[in-house]
Ligand binder design. Sequence first.
Ligand code: XIL
Length: 386
Amino acid sequence: MRKNYLLTRRGLLCLCLGTLASIGTLAKSTAFNNQVRDFTAVGEASLKERAAAKGLIYGSVGKYRTLSSDAEFSSRFPQECAMLVASNELKWRGIRPSPDRFDFTKGDWLAEFASRHNMLFRGHTLVWHNGLPEWFQEKVNSQNAERMLVDHIKKVAGHYAGKIHSWDVVNEAVYPTHGRAEGLRDSPWLEFLGLDYIELAFRAAREADPKALLVYNENHLWYEGQLRANTPTGEAKRTAVLKLLERLKSKGTPIDVLGIQGHLRGHQLDQLHPKKLRAFLTDVANLDLKIMVTELDVRDHKLPKDIDVRDRLVAKAYEDFLSVVLDEPAVMAVFTWGLSDRDTWLSRVARRKDGLPVRPLPLDAQLNRKLAWNAMARAFDNAPMR
Ligand code: XIL
């Protein structure tokens, strides 16, 4: 009897300890922690004001189509943003309808909108394997590629010279699993021009617009593992990007900034390794380069349905990422890939299976501030001064 009783007491003790241990594990887990995180932002100041108070620039991509047709959105946009980033309007497909014709209409409208509202204007992008016009494949070849590329940069960057704060000169050129020299991505530019196309592009951009900051922009640098089979790990990408930047700098290439695309994934935040990302930023800064977070948004298509839970996880992603990145003084700017859930590319490319609208941006579809906005505001408020 007595023995049994003792065993029961021991059993009870084990049960209690077990329960305490699992509460401990839960407390460490993302979801639980997040329920108690306080996303309070002090005061009503806008994101651009909070960023500016720390010597940072905040802005967003804005589409011609939305800004020119949605009066409510276009008046809200400059209240939060100090920079307007062109969306598709300055990409090859957006600006070069035929080999010999450039159409600056939409880009000019954006430049004028930015200037009218005292915003800086940012160009995206002069060289990319994507966003090419339909005629490209038929008309561009290894004989004329150099002329086509240099001509394009001179015309486009030349047209906006004096109006552009910074240009994404080359976008997403690194992809180590393609097995090419220097870890570069398979792209028509690499195929036609070889390794030096990147340097060629930066030199042409500097000549066309000596004042704009020239940016090399890359994706998936924040992410640790692979996105899918055959995609490079974040580690492999960071290593190859550093090598590329070192090579460009050692050759005296006019490059000023590394752009880190911030397309985060709310359901895969365990892929963010603060120490590794932080160390990478130091390595980049040591090359005497500035850094911009260029395309920040948070995919929520695989997060729970409940809006409160979802918004908290999205906000957590913003705050966790930005608190690592803004710790590096070389980071000079943060740009989201959209301001409001009303207008985001993710409602097309990362839809929810339950059909609910996605909520990846700082403002909701009614242009109200969400927890993601609070998270950004807090990250700016807590950032060290530049
Ligand atoms: C996206 C645009 O948002 C879409 O409207 C377009 O259809 C495809 O391109 N990385 C980039 C951006 O550098 O140019 C991409 O923009 C998003 C991913």
